[in-house]
Design a protein. Structure first.
Length: 153
């Protein structure tokens, strides 16, 4: 009987200590794995997207900014601080984000967007000029008024 009690107590003690030993070993193995991965050098990720504005495009954008009154002088062909400030002002005036310039909506508004928008001069039916949005609105209202007068019995 004494031998049975000792065997029972021993098996209980072993059963209680096994999970603690297993957890300790798992911790050591993950820590050692962590140390080996820390030795690897970090790989640089390739940069995706446009990194800058080329001089030809900068000249186009500056000319549009000058025409719309947001920039003065002549286009320098270099995307400089004055160009960034002018484009930021365009975007802020329209309630668009100002962290990244130029924004595609601002380029479209300046008449420099995709082929469908840039093929038509600013102020045409699909593109509104930045210099005189009220003139475009007045013309549209006049067209609507003239259309309503010509409809008769």
């Amino acid at each position: 009987m004494r031998l049975g009690q000792i065997a029972l107590i021993s098996s209980i003690a072993v059963a209680l200590t096994l999970p603690a030993v297993a957890a300790t070993r798992a911790h050591h193995s993950s820590a050692s794995a962590h140390k080996t991965t820390a030795k690897h050098t970090a790989k640089s990720k390739p940069v995706v997207g446009q990194r800058g504005i080329d001089d030809e495009r900068a000249t186009q954008i500056q000319a549009a900014l000058i025409k719309s009154g947001y920039l003065s002088g002549t286009p320098s062909g270099h995307w400089d601080a004055a160009s960034i400030a002018a484009m930021t002002k365009v975007q802020a005036d329209h309630g668009w984000q100002t962290k990244l310039v130029p924004d595609s909506r601002a380029l479209i508004k300046l008449g420099l967007g995709p082929a469908s928008a840039s093929s038509q001069p600013p102020g045409s039916a699909s593109g509104e000029s930045l210099a005189s949005p009220s003139a475009s609105l007045a013309a549209a209202q006049a067209d609507a008024l003239a259309g309503s007068r010509s409809v008769g019995p």
